[in-house]
Design a protein around this ligand. Structure first.
Ligand SMILES: [Zn+2]
Ligand SMILES: [Zn+2]
Length: 337
């Protein structure tokens, strides 16, 4: 948050319960929404006069009641500007002067709500153009209730199952899938690097045996890496290959062989989308190896034979990069070709 001068000088920070209670009112929610709408996504938050704000919110309450609700928000989500400049005025001044605008906290709140607000949009049978790395069956994908799901209809291996904000939706399926791929890489890399993608808090790391998770076909998984945020509650299970997409040696190894892992959707990276290149060396403490080989294998694994697929493992010989991580996800071995 920018500068301490944005902090109310005399009030303690509200608890999460107080914050929920504060915005859980139709008039107050309308005020925040209206101030967010006024911004229009560009420039600094504009200020609206009391009368203009009341007119736009169009709440069926008296002026004094509207002012009561407005003042409940002032100091935490809304600021009163004396003359159009962004500054916090804690005392209620002549309400026809200056105007009201979102504070940074109000901007964050309204952006979060907008990003996660769903209609009833759902998309069935997205054309993923991916054959399952385990069994070769065309993989299916859907978007319903803000959940993007990508799963093999035959062996049931789950490639993706995640909350994805409806901002990814587009009439063009290729655009939609591209946006999902970008969003998922952003989230997974943030978790992989140890920063919660929602709140920035440092996230913990814990290896979990696949059979202890609710994932279907745990026999097709080697290790699940649970990264959880104890501040906002966001969490994710990473595959070892996903956790290592941040590794410069892996990025370089793939790039030198014509594969850009910084732009390719994770589901098209077999070593990241599956555990077929992952070997658990120890579980107490956890030590896990990832062997990436691109010999004769396209990014999507399309050139792999069905015999290769059914063998349960990717290529392990020749031109390969092996990375070994400990249970803190630190790379403890790097075996470059
Ligand atoms: Zn399958
Ligand atoms: Zn968080």
């Amino acid at each position: 948050m920018a500068g301490e001068d944005h902090e109310p000088a005399t009030e303690a920070a509200p608890t999460a319960e107080e914050t929920f209670a504060l915005v859980g009112n139709e008039v107050r929610a309308g005020i925040l929404r209206t101030l967010s709408d006024a911004r229009g996504g560009e420039g600094s938050p504009p200020s609206l006069s009391f009368s203009e704000l009341r007119s736009r919110v169009d709440a069926d309450v008296r002026s004094s009641q509207f002012n009561y609700h407005l003042q409940q928000l002032v100091g935490q989500f809304v600021e009163k500007r004396a003359d159009g400049n962004a500054q916090l005025v804690e005392d209620v001044v002549d309400r026809e002067d200056g105007g009201y605008a979102l504070r940074p906290e109000g901007t964050m709140l309204t952006r979060t709500i907008r990003a996660r607000t769903t209609g009833d949009e759902s998309v069935d049978r997205l054309a993923v153009d991916l054959d399952c790395y385990h069994c070769g069956t065309p993989v299916e994908a859907t978007y319903r209730n803000s959940i993007f799901k990508m799963q093999c209809p035959d062996c049931e291996y789950l490639y993706e199952y995640d909350l994805v904000p409806p901002g990814v939706l587009d009439d063009d399926e290729r655009t939609l899938l591209s946006q999902v791929g970008e969003h998922q890489r952003h989230v997974r890399l943030s978790f992989a690097r140890g920063a919660c993608p929602l709140c920035g808090n440092a996230v913990g790391v814990r290896f979990v045996p696949p059979s202890d998770t609710g994932y279907p076909r745990p026999d097709l998984r080697e290790a699940c890496i649970n990264r959880a945020c104890d501040h906002c509650g966001h969490r994710n299970y990473l595959r070892v290959g996903e956790a290592l997409l941040r590794d410069p040696a892996l990025i370089s190894f793939c790039h030198e062989r014509g594969l850009d892992v910084t732009t390719t959707p994770i589901w098209e990276l077999e070593f990241a989308a599956t555990d077929r290149f992952t070997t658990v060396r120890s579980t107490d403490p956890w030590e896990v190896a990832l062997c990436v080989s691109l010999d004769g294998v396209s990014a999507s694994g399309a050139e792999r034979s069905s015999a290769d697929r059914s063998s349960g493992r990717g290529p392990r010989e020749g031109d390969a990069l092996e990375l070994v991580v400990d249970e803190d996800l630190s790379v403890v071995e790097r075996d470059d070709p």
